[in-house]
Design a protein around this ligand. Structure first.
Ligand code: ZN
Length: 391
């Protein structure tokens, strides 16, 4: 593997673990610090087995004994096990049509540093040059990252091959190969929404539930679904098919001619254009929301209708998938904050009174949550020692 940069990595400690030792380390990564007795229970292991399995993990520095509050308070020592999240670092990048948004994270997807670079050209080689510069700057003064994760809006196969990325005007691009040849570290490519959902599943708002959904609004409308603790994917993941979900038979039409589909009612552009026409002047998305918040009747009606439609979409997802939690985010998600009352009314009018109350949380959007998602998928591939790895 050639390397144009000084990004040499030490072999990943996760490569050599037995399946059972990996379960121990993974449980501590996701839920630690954990008392040994609790860890043994969670994994249905005897305490002697756990002691035997954790010894090499402690010796290699992957696990460590954390501060024992029980012993300090005079109780029986619990010897909780934890993991040093700084034992490995990862770069996560979200690619848009205009920027590469990067973060450097620890092993629990905690962000250490964030940085953006403009993308002046979309040719894959030029994008890989920008990624190389980003990796170098993000890791300045540190050892090279264990892997780089790249997320983008589009269709990605096998965590390696981009099949379609309209924002970059890409057809098929073997992006992981290009990155690995140039930077010399394992590269993991994913659809950006899948990646964000995976980050929430392992390290975020989905950590304590097995079934949840992420609904995003912005340039498009997206849905990530986790059922039985697994992300639902298929050949059409990344196509944005939820964008044309029917919500309001009397609503405006999308460019495909669907009246009141989710794209026509919920994308930032649709709302901005609709409000600019109604108010007779060019407005930004945030200006429309500001006007609605200030009580401008025309803006309030448009935002209210869109927020109600978002509620109908959230209710439809809940009615079909039955998630324990729904996370709303995306660059247009201020709609759910300004229009919260109408959002809740839209949910209520599309649920039954007997249905469980919905746990709906709004995750504030900024580019780092998407870049962190890409890093999370790189962490998963590394920890599970799947697919492409540093040797
Ligand atoms: Zn449509």
């Amino acid at each position: 593997m050639s390397s144009d940069t000084d990004q040499a990595t030490t072999p990943s400690p996760w490569r050599t673990l037995s399946p059972t030792a990996r379960r121990v380390a993974l449980e501590v990564l996701l839920h630690g610090p954990l008392a040994r007795t609790e860890l043994a229970q969670r994994l249905e292991l005897s305490t002697p087995s756990l002691t035997r399995l954790s010894k090499p993990l402690l010796d290699m520095g992957l696990l460590r004994e954390s501060e024992d509050t029980a012993a300090r308070n005079g109780g029986r020592p619990l010897q909780p096990l934890d993991l040093d999240p700084d034992v490995q670092h990862f770069v996560g990048v979200k690619l848009t049509g205009s920027h590469a948004h990067g973060v450097l994270t620890d092993l629990r997807a905690g962000i250490k540093t964030a940085m953006d670079l403009p993308l002046h050209e979309h040719a894959p080689d030029r994008v890989v040059d920008a990624l190389t510069a980003l990796v170098t700057r993000l890791t300045a003064g540190r050892a090279g990252p264990a892997a780089i994760g790249v997320g983008l809006g589009g269709v990605v196969r096998d965590n390696a091959h981009v099949l379609r990325a309209p924002f970059l005007n890409w057809g098929a691009v073997d992006l992981a190969d290009l990155i690995e040849q140039q930077i010399g570290i394992p590269a993991v490519i994913s659809n950006d929404l899948d990646a964000l959902t995976e980050a929430e599943r392992w390290f975020g708002a989905g950590r304590d539930v097995d079934d949840f959904a992420v609904v995003t609004i912005g340039a498009g409308v997206g849905l990530g679904v986790v059922v039985h603790d697994a992300l639902v994917t298929g050949p059409d993941s990344g196509l944005g098919l939820l964008g044309h979900f029917p919500l309001d038979p009397l609503g405006p039409a999308c460019p495909e001619g669907h009246r009141g589909c989710s794209n026509a009612l919920l994308t930032t552009d649709a709302i901005r254009v609709h409000a600019s026409l109604a108010l007779g002047r060019a407005l930004t998305y945030d200006e429309v929301l500001d006007l609605a918040a200030d009580g401008d009747p025309a803006a309030d009606q448009i935002i209210g209708n869109s927020a109600h439609a978002l509620g109908a979409l959230v209710a439809a997802v809940a009615n079909i998938v039955q998630p324990r939690r729904i996370i709303l985010t995306g660059e247009g998600i201020r709609l759910a904050v300004v229009g919260r009352e109408r959002l809740d009314a839209g949910i209520a009018s599309n649920r039954l009174p007997e249905a469980s109350p919905l746990d709906v949380s709004v995750l504030e959007d900024d580019p780092t949550i998407w870049a962190r998602g890409a890093a999370a998928v790189a962490i998963q591939e590394t920890v599970l020692a799947r697919g492409r790895q540093a040797s």
